[in-house]
Design a protein around this ligand. Sequence first.
Ligand SMILES: [Zn+2]
Length: 299
Amino acid sequence: MTAKTCPHCSSPANASYIAQDYNKRLTDESFHYFTCTRCALVFMDPVPGDLGRYYPTDYYEVPKTEAELAETATRLQQWKLDTVLAQAKSGRLLEIGPAYGLFAYLAKRAGFDVTGIEMDARCCAFLRETVGITVVESNDPATAIADLPGFDVIVMWQVIEHFPDPWRVLDAAAARLNPGGVIILDTPNPAAFQFGVLGHRWAHLDAPRHVLLIPVDVMVDHMARNGLDPVMLTASDYSANGFNGFGWAFTFKNFLGDNMVGRAAHLAGRVLAKLLIPIERTGWRGSTYTAVFGKRRQA
Ligand SMILES: [Zn+2]
């Protein structure tokens, strides 16, 4: 492998990881990741032409009933609604990549006027018919956003790392955000303690579905260029803490197989995550980070 050029800052980037699809085992291909020597962006190169084929048809486990949806949403995703409500109590809300709508359901129930841009047709049908939100079916959110009216809140939960050109998506979102509005996202943290220890085996590298891991400084710089300032940045919120446990458990399970040994490894991962709380929940070492950006009222 030769050195590459960083797609964000054009500085040299070094070959750093060769990973396979350890999480889903849909292919035996190897995927090469590079790390920018200047901004520390981690990116896959080359990016497969058809990323869609690395998402299994059962990627989303759509709930059977609205009652099941409501129970799962409240149990797993109340923290997302709380994060939003700390910034805005009502208005037009766009979710990019809502899947089958756990968060969208909570947001709608809390009184937001919710729109979702989603690529999965089965999820889109569920979002329209059961969740009851406005849905745009598209795998090109940057283009889809441009056709929509302005929003007060735009959320991207664990989604920006999946796009080959996240900058276009962020720019389009910033352009469609009303002055005073907020963009809220969470994404795997390339500065995570786990990534340093586990490297290419890290479950949150998730090759080949995760195309870029964006350092928080890079995210802040990019949003500033779009007229958005950070309101809240954390790598130790409910999301990060949960993903710490997930990261250890699934990495162990992936490498010991899905059997009794695998389940024991999964449990060991959960225990390890508890032991590492003093490390992973301090500094900027969590597995993911959550960022809130506010759009300036005047340029
Ligand atoms: Zn760079």
